[in-house]
Design a protein around this ligand. Structure first.
Ligand code: PTJ
Length: 246
C-alpha cells in the first residue's frame, strides 16, 4: 500500500498514515464504511491514553500470549479493520502461537470475505478460515454468529480485536477464553474478556508476538502462573484512570 505524502515531521504522522490504511481498506472493499467510524472512536481513546502502551496493557499482552501458547486450539478473529490495519502483524502472531486465522464480519458479504482472504494471503497467511460458516455461535442474532465448525466454533481460546460487544459476550457464554484488543476500557467487549488488552491494535499485535516468542520455551507451569497472576478488573481500572486523569 502506498502512503500519501505526509512529512515525517508532521505531529500526527502515525495517525494520518493509519487513517490512510483504513481509507485504502474501504477502497479495496476490505473494510466497511462503519470501520471508518470505529477508527475515529479508537483514535480518540488512543489520544487520551497518550498513544502508548500503558504498563497494564503490556501485562495483558503477556497474559494473552501465555493463553494462546497454552491453548489446544487458538483462533485469531479478523474483521475488516484488522485486515486493513495490521494484516502482516496478525499473520506473524498466528505463526508465533500456532493459531488459526478466521475472518468473521459484522457486515458480512462473500465478496468482502474473499477480498480479505486474498489480502491476508498477500501478507503470508496460508490457511484462512471463515468461508465455510458451517458452525454457529448460539444466542447471537447478527452475521457474526456464522463461524467455521473447525475454527472459532471449536476453539478454546479466541482473540477478538476491535468489535462491539455482543459476540464477545456470546463467546464467553460458550465457555471460551476470550482475549480482546480494544482501546475503550468501558466497552462491553473489554468488560466481558478474560484478558482485555486496552491498547492500539497496531501496538498490541507486535507486542503479543514478541511476548509469545520470548515465552516459546517456557514450561506450562510458568505460562499458567502468568495467566493466573493477571487481574482483568485492575487492568480495566488502570486504563480508565489513565483516560480520565492523564
Ligand atoms: O469488518 P466488520 O464488518 O466486521 O465491522 C467491524 C467494525 C469495527 C466496523 C465493527 O466491529 C464496529 O462497528 O465496531 P465498534 O462498535 O465501532 O467498536 C470498535 C471498538 O474498537 C471501539 O471500542 C473502538 O474504540 C475500538 N478501536 C477502534 N480502532 C482501534 C480500536 N481498538 C484498538 N485498536 C484500534 N486501532
Amino acid at each position: 500500500m502506498n502512503g500519501p505524502e505526509i512529512p515525517e515531521s508532521h505531529p500526527r504522522h502515525e495517525s494520518l498514515l493509519t487513517r490512510h490504511r483504513i481509507e485504502t481498506g474501504v477502497d479495496l472493499g476490505i473494510t466497511s464504511k462503519q470501520g471508518l467510524i470505529a477508527q475515529g472512536r479508537g483514535e480518540a481513546f488512543d489520544y487520551l491514553l497518550g498513544e502508548r502502551t500503558i504498563p497494564t496493557a503490556d501485562e495483558a499482552a503477556r497474559a494473552a500470549a501465555a493463553h494462546l501458547l497454552l491453548a489446544d486450539h487458538p483462533v485469531l478473529s479478523v474483521n475488516g479493520n484488522v485486515a486493513a490495519l495490521a494484516p502482516g502483524e496478525a499473520v506473524r502472531l498466528a505463526e508465533a502461537t500456532g493459531a488459526d486465522i478466521e475472518i468473521n464480519l459484522f457486515n458480512r458479504t462473500q465478496d468482502r470475505i474473499k477480498r480479505i482472504r486474498e489480502h491476508l494471503r498477500d501478507h503470508g497467511a496460508e490457511n484462512v478460515k471463515g468461508l465455510t460458516a458451517d458452525g454457529r455461535i448460539p444466542g447471537l442474532e447478527n452475521a457474526r454468529a456464522k463461524v467455521d465448525a473447525d475454527g472459532i466454533a471449536s476453539a478454546d481460546v479466541v482473540l477478538v480485536p476491535l468489535e462491539d460487544g455482543d459476540r464477545a459476550a456470546a463467546l464467553a457464554e460458550m465457555g471460551k477464553t476470550e482475549l480482546v484488543i480494544d482501546l475503550n476500557p468501558m466497552s462491553r467487549s473489554a468488560r466481558s474478556a478474560t484478558v482485555p488488552i486496552v491498547d492500539n491494535l497496531l501496538r498490541a499485535l507486535p507486542n503479543m508476538t514478541a511476548q509469545a516468542e520470548a515465552l516459546a520455551d517456557a514450561d506450562r507451569t510458568t505460562l499458567e502462573d502468568i495467566v493466573k497472576s493477571f487481574d482483568a478488573e485492575a487492568a480495566l481500572e488502570a486504563a480508565e484512570d489513565r483516560i480520565r486523569n492523564g
